[in-house]
Design a binder for this molecule. Structure first.
Ligand SMILES: Nc1ncnc2c1ncn2[C@@H]1O[C@H](COP(=O)(O)OP(=O)(O)O)[C@@H](O)[C@H]1O
Ligand SMILES: [Mg+2]
Length: 374
């Protein structure tokens, strides 16, 4: 570990405005050494702003950043980026095009005027870590996108940074390579004992990589939690929507018993689990994942009748869109071989249908489901 190592990094009310408009508001986050943190949210929610504030590439408008080490806490948001000892990896690889892989990776070490033997040794180690030994003499232009991103990662980790910051590093890669590089990044994080903050708009990527996720929406933290917490218990319907609860419906509460809630919308009658206080008569949001909408046959026991409209092949499963008799579209996943026009009944485990309050004046956008002739 370097002299810059820390036990905790604390963001305290960090905010950033651009021309009077909030890009990031009041971010409180404590990053523990060794953690893998993902900043997750849709495009424009303030992820890069948060990362750049942490890196020192953007001055804060409000708040402060503190680093806790063996000698206590010290403030670092007033330090220039190069004094923070962090490594950065961007979506655009930002390699020097006229330098070989080896020289790109060695560059930062040379800037630090380290002894030549140490530069050579650490450069070779870093190139080996990202499995580019055979390509060390090539120019970036002679490498694939994935290989170039590996060079960028080697160039960051060779400096043994106390924190590695990555901003959508895999967005320019094709799907297969993205999966490979995902495991590679997690492997490096573990084997080098790194502390990583990783920005992505891809919830699957964030869920599979991170120890903890920070979900942002319009510059504000919505939820901080583990993958499992975010997957099973999103804190509000916006997070649920973003985390893959594709069925998000406005419904009315008809009965409440503890956290068990009955809701209705048109002919739809469902039972769910309240995530907050709701009362009979409230307009609320019901959210459920496609895989938690279960299909029976049309003459099965109680359930909601619906007709299959679209069935798309997705490996072992079909991704299916159905429409209830009163015209409500729902998404589900099933291993049953359904076809357009099939009559089905739908049931949902009340534990898996989450009920969220709806703020005054707020509305769930109508789902965009193609109506196809049957
Ligand atoms: N340099 C800038 N000048 C003005 N507005 C900016 C600048 N950088 C970001 N923004 C705005 O701040 C908001 C958050 O941007 P950003 O952090 O880049 O989002 P993300 O990385 O989540 O896509 C957006 O509305 C964006 O337009
Ligand atoms: Mg960004």
């Amino acid at each position: 570990m370097t002299e810059r190592s820390f036990t905790e990094l604390r963001l305290d009310g960090v905010g950033r405005r651009f021309a009077g408009k909030d890009a990031l508001v009041d971010l409180d986050l404590t990053i523990r050494a060794g953690e893998f943190i993902a900043l997750l949210g849709p495009s424009g929610c303030g992820k890069s702003t948060a990362l750049n504030c942490l890196a020192g590439l953007l001055p804060l408008t409000t708040g402060s950043i503190w680093q806790r080490g063996p000698e206590g806490e010290r403030r670092i948001d007033t330090l220039p980026p190069e004094k923070r000892g962090f490594g950065m990896v961007f979506q655009s690889y930002a390699l020097f095009p006229h330098m070989s892989v080896r020289r790109n990776v060695a560059f930062g070490l040379q800037m630090r005027r380290l002894p030549r033997a140490e530069v050579v040794r650490r450069t070779a180690e870093a190139i080996s870590l990202v499995q580019l030994d055979e390509h060390a003499s090539k120019l970036p232009g002679q490498l694939s996108g994935g290989q170039q991103q590996r060079v960028a990662i080697a160039r960051a980790v060779v400096l043994e940074p106390s924190l590695v910051l990555m901003d959508e590093p895999l967005s320019n890669l094709d799907a297969k390579l993205r999966l490979e590089m995902r495991s590679e990044i997690r492997r490096l994080h573990q084997s080098l004992g790194l502390t990583t903050v990783y920005v992505t708009h891809d919830q699957e990527e964030a869920l599979s990589l991170a120890d903890r996720l920070v979900v942002l929406r319009e510059g504000r933290v919505q939820q901080i939690g583990t993958s499992e917490e975010l997957h099973t218990r999103p804190s509000n319907w916006h997070v649920a929507d973003f985390m893959g609860f594709r069925n998000i419906m406005e419904v009315d509460v008809t009965h409440v018993s503890g956290t068990e809630v009955a809701v209705a919308a048109g002919e739809l009658r469902l039972r769910g689990t309240a995530t907050a206080d709701v009362s009979v008569g409230d307009r609320v949001v019901a959210a459920v994942r496609p895989e938690d909408v279960l299909v029976g046959t049309a003459d099965g026991p109680d359930g909601t009748p619906a007709t299959v409209e679209v069935a798309g092949y997705q490996g072992r499963e079909l991704a299916v869109e159905v429409r209830t008799s009163d015209g409500r579209a729902l998404h589900l996943r099933t291993e049953q071989r359904l076809a357009p026009g099939d009559a089905v009944t739908l049931t949902i485990d009340p534990q898996r249908l989450l009920i969220y309050p709806l703020a005054a004046g707020e509305h769930v956008p109508e789902p965009l489901v193609a109506a196809v002739p049957s």
